[in-house]
Design a protein around this ligand. Structure first.
Ligand SMILES: Nc1ncnc2c1ncn2[C@@H]1O[C@H](COP(=O)(O)OP(=O)(O)OP(=O)(O)O)[C@@H](O)[C@H]1O
Length: 262
């Protein structure tokens, strides 16, 4: 079955306030007047509406970039697609094998060595011993960890953890690839090597969803862009057009007659 993503009326809230002090709650809600993202939900809890009324579908071959200013809801949407956050409303349906490259430390056991972590990941992907050994060599060479590859990950620098995580995450070719922008970071010498490996992974995936502030990457990798603002979709359309509007801060309805949702 071909890979696909269907998102319908997705809503994610974060509880902001759990409790007792009514005056604190009142102050918060009053302060937030004008910022409609802080609200009281049906259980009288104060919540941040991180993502609201999000609906879109992606089919095999589509490469979606999610752009927006800080706090727009990009990471929350990506994590909801990965199943990290449970929606309070709506639903997410994904068909196809998934690789969610969201956090450097994700799925990594800090007490185990780099080599052991790679073996665990390989077993999770049902690899046999020979495949695991091949994977370990691939990751070891790419991450350039030297002797640290056989030491516990807790002894690594943050840059070394990023290199290990990057090498591991990019070793598996999924049908659906979700990527947050930390994967585009790294020091200059690592970046050019990483870029090459990332591009082959991106081209190999049936569906890509990428959240980043780096517009040039979105322009070259993505066919379609969703521009998020205040937790909602402000525009959804061909990459070049939405990026131009985002860069110019325009909300010209005529630019996207069918795709601007709010
Ligand atoms: N764990 C959390 N608890 C409470 N509020 C959160 C949490 N995570 C995100 N938020 C809030 O949800 C909203 C959306 O945040 P999100 O991180 O998705 O935005 P973003 O577009 O990825 O921002 P950035 O570009 O700065 O990474 C923000 O108002 C943020 O403060």
């Amino acid at each position: 079955m071909a890979a696909s993503i269907d998102v319908q009326n997705l809503q994610i809230d974060f509880p902001l306030y759990h409790g007792q002090s009514r005056s604190l709650k009142k102050t918060l809600l009053n302060k937030a007047k004008g910022s409609s993202r802080v609200e009281e939900n049906s259980q009288h809890k104060t919540v941040i509406k991180a993502v609201r009324d999000i609906s879109f579908s992606l089919r095999a071959g589509e490469r979606l970039g999610i752009v927006g200013h800080n706090g727009a809801g990009k990471t929350t949407l990506l994590r909801a697609l990965a199943g990290v956050y449970e929606p309070v409303g709506g639903r997410v349906q994904i068909r196809g094998s998934l690789n969610a490259m969201l956090d450097p430390g994700q799925g990594m056991n800090m007490e185990l060595t780099g080599r052991e972590n790679v073996a665990l990941r390989g077993r999770f992907h049902r690899m046999n011993q020979q495949e695991i050994e091949h994977l370990q060599e691939d990751v070891r060479n790419f991450a350039e960890l030297g002797d640290f590859f056989d030491l516990p990950v807790r002894t690594y620098s943050s840059g070394m953890i990023v290199r290990l995580a990057f090498a591991m995450a990019t070793a598996f070719r999924p049908e659906v690839l979700l990527m947050d922008e930390w994967f585009l970071a790294g020091d200059a010498s690592f970046r050019s090597k990483a870029q090459e490996r990332l591009e082959s992974l991106v081209r190999g995936a049936d569906i890509l969803v990428l959240s980043t502030h780096i517009n040039e990457i979105v322009r070259s990798w993505c066919t379609r862009v969703i521009w998020m603002e205040d937790g909602r979709i402000r525009a959804d359309g061909p990459a070049g057009e939405v990026l131009d509007a985002f860069a110019g801060g325009k909300t010209d309805q005529s630019l996207f007659p069918e795709t601007v949702l709010s």
